[in-house]
Design a protein. Sequence first.
Length: 64
Amino acid sequence: MYICVCNAIRECELRDAARRCPGDPDAVYEALGCRPQCGQCLDDAAELLIAERTRASAEGLAPA
Ligand code: FES
């Protein structure tokens, strides 16, 4: 499933990036080599980043 249609960012890619890259969706998108365009995905992306980082933290996998 695509989280960001404009940049063709899949949910699994964003979950992986959430564990590797700090910051908000803008920062994570930049780390993925793109930037928000229409902006419609940003709320969902922000929620996904929080959820994935919370899960990673609970599993002891969060970056230091
Ligand atoms: S859907 Fe992500 S910027 Fe448009």
